[in-house]
Structures are given as C-alpha cells and as structure tokens.
Write a protein that binds this ligand. Structure first.
Ligand code: PXG
Length: 470
C-alpha cells in the first residue's frame, strides 16, 4: 500500500469540483453528476478499494470486469517498470516487432484450445475491446472480399449485446440508447433477440426449448437477409454489460449448427468472459462451440494497463496471409511492449496461483452455492451464476414472477444501498450483478454475501417504507 496516493479527506470537495469542471466521464449525465460529485477512488488492494474519504469498499465488480488478479500485484507493476526501462515503445508497422508482443502472441496461441480443425495461431493487438471489434469488422469484410464474395457484408449481433463504444463497436452493440445518438448503427449490421429466458420465454416453455428457439432467430435473420449476404455472427458467450444473461445449455450448440450450415464466420466476444472469468482461459471451451475470431481485452492484463486484441483462427488467418497482401489496418499501440509485458506477467500469475482452475473447481462452485441461497430472499426472483459472474433479478412478486415498474428504478435504489454499505455491485435495470476478482477466497465470498444481504434488506425496507412494496 502506498500512503502517498491517498487523498486527505479534506481534499474531496476540491477534487470533485476539479473533476466536474474538466473531466467528461463515459456514459454519464454530467449535469446530474455535478449535483453530487463523483466518488474519488484513491487506492486499492486485493479485492478492496478506498475512496478519498477513507471508506473501504469491497469491489465485487473487479473494477469493470477486469481486475482478475486482484489489486496491488507487485509482479505486474515490476513487469511494466522493467519493460519501460528496456523498451517503453516501438511500433510494429514497418517490418519490426518487439519481444513482449511476439511472446504474448505465442502464449495466447498456446492457451486457446483448437476450434474445430483450426488452431488460433495468430493474434492482432489493439488497446481495447472496442478497437478489437472494429478490427473484427475489417477482418471479416476483408476475408469475404478475398474469397470473391464482397456482397457478404452483414454482421448479425443481438439486442442488449455490448461490443464497445467506437462507431463499429456501438453499432454491433444492441443498446438502443447508444443507437439513438449519432445515426447508429452503421450500415450492414443487423440484430436478433437475446437468449434471455425471463424476458422472452413463452408460458410453459422449457429452458431447453427456449434456447433452441432463441438460436433459431439467427437462422430466420440469415434467411430473411439472404445467406449469401451474411458475413458473420458476433456474440458474447454470456452477456456481461447486458446484465449477466446466461444462455440455456441448448443455445450455443444450435448456434454452431446454424453458422456451419450457412458457412458464416462466428466471432466470440470474450472481452469479459476470457482469462478465467468463467473458469476457463477462453469461454467457448466451456460452451463447446468453435469460433473463427475471438475478441479479448480487460482480463488479459487484469486491467493494469490497456490491451485488447483478436485471436484469429486458421480459417481467416490462412486467407488473410496467403491471399491478402497488405492488410491496411492497425493502431500506434498495436503490440505495445509495456502492455504485452504486463499481460505476460499477468498470465504467469494466473497460472502460478492456479486462479482459472480455482474458479472452475473451488471458488466458482462455492460462489454458485452461496449465491443460490439468495433465491430465498423476498426481493430476489432469480439468482444465477456462471464461474465468477453472477446476477440477481429483483422482483415485485416471486411466484409468479412479476417485475417492478422500470420507472421505479429499483436497481438504482439497491445500488445506492451498496454504495452506502461498502460494496460495489452493478445495476442493469433490476438485475444486480457481480464479477469479483478471481483471487477472492471462500471467507471473502462469505463477507460479500453478508454485504449483499444487508443491501437487499435495506432496499426492501426502503421500498416498504415508501409504499412501493406490500
Ligand atoms: N466487448 C465486450 C463483451 C465488452 O464487455 C467491450 C467489448 C469493449 O471494450 P472496451 O475495452 O473498448 O471498453 C466490452 C466492454 C458495463 C461496461 O457497464 C462493460 C464494458 C465496458 C464499459 C462498461 O458493464 N465492457
């Protein structure tokens, strides 16, 4: 811990005023923020963060789904320092490379299981998940152009997906609030429904049948557009920002059947789900499908430094390399040596501490067991987890399930109680979600569960007092 980066409590108001005067935040209503001021986070260690008032907060969101190795890991800081002193930057454009970038590319190729007959032997580096998905759009279009099928342009995504905030990323995303600003989506992007049982299942429909029906929305869209116009399908293994939507087991195998049948490329956007988050290095392994391209970011460096990229499977790589000539795409920081050195140290750390396996066999199942107990809470209509992501659906009535009026913003009420009680949980509508650091111990899971219960009780009390709940 470094006390020098701790702001004195008295500084908070002036820090907030400076922030408000000059700093535009992502996805933020700045007029509203200016009224109460941003919470100033000053330091972190293990699974905890501290604010400028000295409050300790359990960070059940790993920063923003990314601090997989937990905070305060000296190995990662040392790797960055050593690399900055050796070679802080060099580009990979003009027939040059650097040691951390080539080592990380080969390490990632070794970690990713084969996809059908193809291995993932190649990696294109970016600095974020959004840039990686922009890269995917360019790769997919280039692939079909090179194969003499330039009319194959449409990429199909899903409503309530999140694939980033650049023009292509926001277009691939299925968030109506994003599309409402700035004439999005860009052309040649289509969306189908999400496999969200609670919202879309018919009365009496089993999860299995719903999963098949939701996957077949892809086939319907392909046929509607014309199969020879469709280039790719992109999806998150488990939707993250959309509220931790875990698809029924029947969903992914049926998606695989459909993309195979129509010959379209499959992009697995694993920005959240890879690097141990679901108990595997890559999540397609868990669900048993075979992507052609994999988007990664966040957990690759445990968020210590920006890095993202695309793992390119043999089907695309072969065409791009053997027939493509120059691929006119890239970023100044593609293969940034410091970011790649931190990623290598992070992967080594995850391996040394067996964190991926622990999520699969130990703390993941324990979290699932403890989380399922919340199903008994009067406000909780559904409690689900998958590896180290989990969600609670807050409902007005449990049997049959009745949602709250969205205008009540019950999720935000709950989030306010979390803030007050020293817990970071994210609200997506009335879904409360967590994605804790993978270093979380069983005792810390118990500590988190006690906090979650306290916040649920406080939310219920508030709803009862204000007459919003009987
Ligand atoms: N794909 C997925 C699946 C993501 O979750 C991105 C792409 C974009 O990555 P960058 O690095 O460009 O942000 C993401 C990012 C939230 C939230 O509110 C989630 C993300 C980003 C910001 C907020 O849960 N995921």
């Amino acid at each position: 811990m470094n006390p020098s980066n701790t702001a004195a409590p008295a500084d908070t108001a002036s820090l907030q005023a400076l922030d408000s005067a000059h700093h535009l935040h992502p996805f933020t209503d700045h007029a509203a923020l200016a009224r109460h001021g941003a919470r100033v986070i000053t330091r972190a260690d293990n699974i905890y963060i501290w604010d400028s008032e000295g409050e300790k907060i359990l960070d059940a969101m790993s920063g923003l789904w990314c601090v997989n190795a937990g905070y305060g890991r000296r190995e990662l800081a040392d790797a960055a320092y050593a690399q900055m002193m050796t070679l802080p930057f060099y580009n990979s454009f003009f027939q040059t490379t650097n040691v951390p970038a080539l080592q990380l590319a080969s390490k990632l190729a070794a970690l990713a299981p084969r996809s059908g007959e193809h291995a993932f032997e190649h990696v294109f580096f970016t600095s974020s998940g959004s840039e990686a998905n922009d890269t995917n759009v360019r790769l997919v279009r280039r692939y079909w152009d090179l194969l003499g099928q330039p009319q194959r342009k449409v990429i199909i995504s899903r409503h309530n997906a999140y694939h980033g905030s650049t023009l292509a990323g926001a277009s691939l995303s299925g968030m109506s609030a994003m599309h409402a600003q700035g004439d999005l989506p860009i052309p040649h992007i289509a969306h189908i429904g999400q496999p969200y049982f609670f919202e879309h299942a018919r009365a009496g429909e089993s999860e299995h049948d719903f999963g098949l029906r939701a996957a077949r929305w892809l086939e319907e869209k392909i046929l509607e557009l014309g199969a020879d116009r469709v280039a790719a399908f992109i999806a998150e293994p488990v939707q993250g920002a959309g509220g931790v939507i875990i698809p029924p087991a029947s969903y992914w195998p049926e998606i695989q059947r459909i993309v195979d049948r129509h010959g379209i490329l499959l992009i697995s956007d694993e920005v959240i789900c890879a690097f141990g988050r679901l108990g595997h290095w890559f999540a397609y392994e868990k669900f048993g499908y075979r992507p052609d391209l994999i988007t990664f970011a966040k957990g690759v460096t445990s968020g210590y430094i920006p890095l993202g990229g695309v793992l390119v499977g043999g089907r695309v790589a072969q065409v791009l390399i053997e027939r493509g000539g120059e691929f006119s795409h890239g970023y100044t920081y593609s293969g940034h040596p410091v970011a790649c050195a931190v990623a290598l140290a992070n992967i080594e750390l995850l391996q040394r501490e067996d964190l991926v396996e622990r999520v699969r066999h130990d703390v993941g199942p324990y979290l699932a067991e403890r989380f399922a107990e919340l199903q008994q809470h009067p406000l909780v209509g559904q409690a689900q987890s998958c590896g180290f992501v989990a969600s609670l659906l807050l409902v007005r009535h449990k049997a049959p399930l009745h949602a709250f009026d969205p205008a009540l913003a019950v999720g935000m009420i709950c989030r306010r109680h979390c803030f007050k009680n020293g817990l970071i949980m994210r609200a997506v509508g009335d879904r409360m979600i967590i994605a804790p650091p993978l270093v979380m111990t069983r005792a810390q899971i118990d500590e988190m569960m006690a906090l979650i219960r306290r916040c649920l009780d406080a939310t219920r009390d508030e709803l009862q007092h204000t007459g919003l709940l009987d």
